[in-house]
Design a protein around this ligand. Structure first.
Ligand code: ZN
Length: 187
């Protein structure tokens, strides 16, 4: 799996500002992997190995990062796919989507770090009467970080990336500018 990311040139080295505001010397640009549908199909197949389609009514992802992989997971499980999106900073469900009361949802994301987008997605789904029961993400960039979610989560790949606050960041000390890639830095 890691090879797939390296082959796609999706593991970037430099000086990056993550969604959490912390700095890192490595960044994962998942869109470069998922632009090839064969990769997306393989990753989705790998992702759903641990789940049973009968346990879910729908698949949901937080936009933008989760859209491509979420839609492919939904296709393979033959479930409807919906998404939440950020408008003026606030996670919302729009586009006329609705959730049948008590429907069980599988939450799909590409990369999780602090898990903020996934938590906000889950909160929105619950407001709409849904019951999110499992989170699956392709990459966990902060494995071992406990207490991020109140439902079980599984990932295919772990990538433990060292992060720094701006006071201790060695790249900042060298004076190189930090760049903020992607939306909320979530690849
Ligand atoms: Zn820095």
């Amino acid at each position: 799996m890691l090879q797939m990311y390296e082959d796609a040139g999706a593991l970037l080295n430099g000086h990056f500002v993550l969604s959490s505001g912390r700095h890192s010397a490595r960044y994962l640009q998942s869109a470069l992997v998922l632009m090839h549908m064969d990769n997306t199909t393989s990753l989705a197949t790998e992702l759903i190995k641990t789940v049973n389609a009968d346990d879910y009514d729908m698949v949901v992802s937080p936009a933008i990062g989760g859209l491509v992989i979420g839609q492919e997971v939904a296709r393979q499980l033959r479930k409807p796919f919906i998404f939440t999106e950020r408008k003026e900073g606030e996670m919302q469900m729009r586009r006329g989507f609705s959730i049948p009361d008590g429907a069980k949802l599988l939450v799909i994301e590409d990369v999780i770090t602090t898990g903020g987008s996934v938590r906000e997605c889950i909160a929105v789904v619950r407001e709409f009467g849904g019951n999110p029961t499992t989170i699956l993400a392709v990459v966990d960039r902060a494995p071992g970080q406990e207490g991020r979610f109140d439902i079980p989560h599984h990932t295919v790949m772990h990538l433990d990336v060292e992060t720094f606050d701006t006071d201790t960041c060695p790249m900042c000390k060298q004076g190189t500018p930090a760049i903020k890639p992607g939306s909320r830095g979530n690849a």
